[in-house]
Design a protein around this ligand. Structure first.
Ligand code: SF4
Length: 227
């Protein structure tokens, strides 16, 4: 086993996000932290900041052009809090251009295609020629994420995917977020458990998992970014 394989094997057995992030940054040069500005990414940014290594990652927000205004305001607040630039990656076409090409409100007719155009393709551009990216996936977010490993191979994008919070629970994440008085999306205090594009995000009811409010009424809880 070569040295990087050894390091990845050690990394894959780690469950503490601080250890994971510190070790990952010893292995990979400037991994991308891809964020939707959800609470997971905010905790990761805070942990990186505490390690003194927040400048060692490229932080990229996938701005679909359909985000609620609360998310836009959070982008500014997070840049101020951590003293960093959170780059904004946009789709190839604006919402109006998409409407001219694909017809109105594509998300109501073909959300797979809408996500492919506005999320998956732009993120593939960000991840091209990169060795690793960091995501905020947690095992307890939904059944589709229940087997998330700390380190995995992202077949769709052809690079290593690191999930430092894979083993943290929702409660543990919120404990960190609140104890550190970190900024977060105010919609999370209004019944939303996960905030994405405004047309495809709704509040969740008691007993529903965190992703249940995304694409309400459809048999999908993922946009395709995570394979
Ligand atoms: S979440 Fe909805 S609006 Fe956003 S890209 Fe996907 S289908 Fe389109």
């Amino acid at each position: 086993m070569n040295s990087q394989s050894n390091q990845l094997a050690i990394l894959s057995r780690m469950h503490d996000p601080r250890d994971v992030l510190d070790a990952a940054l010893d292995v990979f040069d400037r991994p991308v932290l891809a964020t939707s500005l959800g609470p997971q990414s905010i905790v990761i940014l805070d942990l990186l900041h505490a390690l003194g290594r927040v400048d060692a990652v490229d932080v990229v927000w996938l701005d679909t052009g359909l985000m609620p205004p609360e998310t836009e305001a959070l982008h500014d607040a997070l840049q101020q809090r951590f003293g960093i630039v959170i780059a904004r990656q946009r789709p190839a076409h604006t919402v109006l251009e998409q409407e001219a090409r694909e017809g109105p409100a594509l998300w109501t007719r073909d959300p797979d295609r809408c996500c492919a155009l506005r999320k998956v393709a732009p993120m593939q551009g960000v991840l091209r020629d990169r060795a690793a990216w960091i995501t905020g996936l947690r095992r307890d977010q939904s059944p589709a994420r229940a087997h998330t490993e700390t380190v995995g191979w992202d077949r769709r994008n052809g690079l290593v995917r690191i999930a430092p919070l894979a083993w943290w629970t929702r409660d543990r994440m919120w404990q960190h977020l609140l104890s550190r008085a970190l900024p977060y999306n105010p919609l999370l205090d209004q019944g939303y458990a996960s905030v994405g594009c405004a047309p495809c995000t709704s509040p969740v009811g008691a007993g529903e998992d965190e992703r249940a409010g995304r694409w309400r009424g459809r048999a999908r809880t993922e946009c395709g970014l995570h394979g």
